[in-house]
Structure formats: C-alpha cells, structure tokens
Design a protein around this ligand. Structure first.
Ligand code: SF4
Length: 468
C-alpha cells in the first residue's frame, strides 16, 4: 500500500503567502489591471492544468486575455508528445522577443511536459534569455512563488526538479467553460509504452482521494455544470495500490450517486486495465455516457508487443464485443499510431483489418513521432516518412468510409442531446449526444445548457435534426 501523504494544505498555505504579496504589489504599483494570456498545447490534462494556472493568476490580480500582444504576462503550457507541437512552441516563443522589447516589465513563462526534459530547459536558458520563468510538471502549484521571485528578486526562475510532488489539492481554479468541465482524478502514468514520453515527464501514477473528487463534482454540479469529464492518463488504473481501496468502477458508482442532472465522461482508458466490471458499471449507471475511448494503437500483435502495451488484439476485441453486448448504443473511438519503428506493410494491414472489424465511430490517427529518451527512439525504423504518409492516407480513407456508414445508420433515430452552443449555420444550435455525436437543429441561445430530444433528419456535412 502506498503511504497517504497530505502535505497539500501546507504547500498551498505557503503559496498563498506569495500569492497575497504579488496581489498587494499589483494593487499598489499598477495603474491598470495587468493582463495574462495562457496558451495551452496538448491534451485535456494540460487544459485542466491551465485552468488551475489561470485560477492562480486571477487570484494574484491579473485579468485574463486571449492575445499575447495585449498581455503583461504570457505563459505557454506545453506538450511533449509530438515533435511538431514542440517546434510550434519554439516559434511562438521566438515571436515574444518583440513583445518583451516593447514592454520590458512583461513576464514570460513556460511550463509543462516539454520543459520537463533537461535538453529543452537548457535550450531555453541559452537561446531565449527573455523567458523569465521555466517550470516543470511537478511544480505547477508553485507559480505564485515563481512570479514573486521574478518581480522581487529580478532573477530568472528555472524549476524542473524530477522530484515528484504528492497530489496537491486546493489550487485555485478558473474554469474555461460553464457547462462542460474537466476533473483530473489522477496524475502521471506507470505504463511505459515504448513510444511515449509521458511517464518520464509527468512521473508515476498518483490517484486523488475519492472524497476530494466527490467534493469537486458536487461543487461543479452546484455551479451548473452539466457534463463532467474525469481525466487521467489511464483512468482504468485509478486507485491501484492506494489505501482507500476504491477502484475506477467504484468511483464511477459513487459519482453516479451524486444528485443532479449531469453526465459523466472519462478519458483515457487503457485496454490492459479495462475490465468487464467497468463495462457493467457503465451500463448500469444512468449518468455515465455510453461512450468509450479505448486506444488500440495497432492491430498487429507483434507491434503491440514492441509498444509494450500488455494486451493483444484478441483481448481488445473481447472488450469491444462485451461493451456492445452490455450497451448496444455505445460509441467507440480509438487512437492509432501509423509507422511505429519496425512496422511492416503487413502489420499495417492488420490494423486496417481491425478497423473494419470494430468499426469505430471516430478515430484519432497519428504518424509515429520519435521522442528522444524513449525505448522506441533507438529501435530500427527503416520505413521512410513518405511511405508512412501513404499508409496514413490509406487508413484515413478506410475510416472515412466507416464513419460515413455509421452516421447514415443514425438518420431517423432520436437522441437526448446537451445543447452546447451555436451551430455552424445562422439560426441553428448544436447539441452533443451521450455517444459524442454532434447534431445541429433550429433554435436560439435560450436552449443553451438544456437537455433536448432531437430526431436526426439528414446528413450533410453535419448531422441535422429537429427537436421533438
Ligand atoms: S498509457 Fe502509455 S501511451 Fe498512455 S501516457 Fe502512459 S505510457 Fe503514455
């Protein structure tokens, strides 16, 4: 059993002191309220982290804005999963040089998975001298301290220690939405898939206490949130090794028992830890959406082994069949990596075969991106990028056909949707089904946030329907 540590109160108490000092400084020294712009790259976990970063900035006296040109404080919350995202961050960081020249008091910060890599941190130290604060994934809650030190000590701050912090609660939060919200239930990952940098930059898995999660869900429901997505790199292993003995299926039941008209989603699941107990729970809990994102990554058992995924296609397909038996209306989505080192065209064809067999509603597809420091980065990779590009296009065509056929099947059916906002055409609103499909229908903003029954009438470039 892991030892239960709860230093989060002391941690945040210390940060609260820094936060108050910065707030006092801003109130006394700034004629107008300074603006902060937070740009987020990567996954929903980062989006959620940025909501806490914004919460801390607002508590320190900043107003939020979306434009780096207007901002007195710019922060990039970065991702390390793919190479091109990193290149984009360097480009955007380069552009800030002119902003800093115009506004020398401006503070520039960069944080997240990308800077947790020592080589990246070194590059920023040397080549981007106008960046004031650099901090890694384990130090996010210490932003008030870093801002304080930048203002008062006038020194650059670099904090990318690999020492993992325990789960920190009570960090201020400024949520981006008012209808749909993110709720991390755990941090880190223990799986070490050979292509993935996440376990190296986000550290080992730590689950939040069930009581803290329940408290946060209740607060969100009271604030009017209608859809809560539970987040984790592998939510299926929630609670493993923790003293509280609550696994993910039990946690779902506890959240489902909370009163209120709201829906629960979760991501991401790992097929090796996805159980029949979890699928039964999804089927039995009326608030849990029948929507499962189950990353398959490859349809070749040989490649799955090289990826260190700990399941094979037989186990994967069994989960799909079981989920469909228990929830005939379930929608399934997945992630696929094309061109993993050593993958042959035959391996790739096995992935295509699995796609045709499973018939996912939607698919997130990526060409393998080499991440230094991972085992896959030193594997033989003889297939050219150009060839991988051809396979990738072939896969997209196969999935496009499947998706179109799946969509045609829903014409004439009625779905309960949550009205999320305006549609693409004037006079239309858009709603999302439990299964994550978007349907557009005639209506206006008075429908926002309501659950409605909508009958699908046609498929143009979007699904259209009418309110029943
Ligand atoms: S489960 Fe695998 S792919 Fe997902 S974050 Fe962990 S190591 Fe990366």
């Amino acid at each position: 059993m892991k030892e239960i540590k709860n230093n989060s109160f002391q941690n945040m108490e210390e940060q609260q002191v820094y936060l108050s000092r910065v707030l006092e400084y801003i109130k006394t020294n700034k004629k107008t309220q300074p603006k902060a712009c937070v740009e987020t790259y990567g996954c929903q976990q980062n989006v959620s982290d940025s909501e806490h970063i914004k919460g801390m900035l607002v508590s320190m006296g900043y107003a939020l804005c979306d434009d780096t040109d207007e901002a007195d404080f710019v922060l990039f919350n970065t991702c390390a999963v793919r190479e091109h995202a990193e290149a984009r961050v360097y480009g955007n960081l380069g552009a800030l040089k002119h902003n800093k020249r115009r506004n020398p008091d401006m503070i520039i910060a960069i944080c997240g998975c990308m800077v947790q890599q020592a080589a990246v941190c070194e590059r920023i130290k040397k080549s981007y001298p106008y960046v004031d604060i650099v901090f890694g994934t384990h130090a996010r809650h210490r932003l008030p301290e870093f801002v304080y030190k930048t203002i008062f000590d006038k020194k650059r701050v670099f904090e990318i220690s690999e020492q993992e912090s325990e789960v920190i609660e009570d960090i201020p939060i400024h949520r981006d939405g008012d209808l749909k919200g993110w709720l991390p239930i755990m941090h880190g990952c223990n799986n070490f898939c050979t292509y993935c940098i996440v376990p190296y930059v986000r550290g080992r898995e730590h689950s939040r206490e069930p009581s803290e999660i329940i408290k946060e869900v209740k607060e969100m429901v009271a604030e009017g949130f209608r859809e809560i997505t539970l987040l984790g790199q592998n939510v299926n292993s929630y609670g493993k090794g923790e003293a509280h003995g609550v696994n993910f299926a039990k946690l779902l039941r506890m959240i489902n028992d909370i009163e209120g008209d709201f829906k629960i989603r979760f991501m991401t699941s790992h097929p090796k830890d996805c159980t029949e107990e979890l699928l039964d729970t999804m089927a039995e809990c009326e608030k849990v959406c029948h929507n499962l994102h189950l990353p398959m990554q490859s349809g070749s058992d040989r490649i799955l082994k090289l990826m260190n995924r700990h399941y094979d296609t037989e186990k994967y397909y069994h989960l799909i069949e079981y989920a469909r038996k228990k929830m005939p209306d379930i929608s399934l989505s997945s992630d696929i990596i094309v061109g993993f080192p050593g993958e042959t065209y035959e391996d790739f064809c096995e992935t295509l075969r699995m796609l045709k067999k499973v018939r996912f509603t939607s698919l997130f597809t990526f060409i393998y991106s080499k991440r230094d420091g991972t085992p896959a980065a030193i594997m033989d990779d003889p297939v050219s990028r150009e060839e991988k590009g051809k396979w990738f296009k072939e896969l997209l065509l196969v999935q496009e056909k499947i998706s179109k056929e799946n969509y045609k099947d829903v014409i004439g059916k009625t779905f309960r949707v949550l009205c999320e906002g305006e549609g693409r055409e004037d006079g239309f609103m858009a709603g999302r089904t439990d299964s994550n499909m978007v349907i557009e229908f005639k209506g206006d903003n008075t429908l926002y946030g309501k659950y409605l029954d909508v009958k699908v009438t046609e498929l143009t470039n979007v699904l259209k329907g009418t309110i029943i």
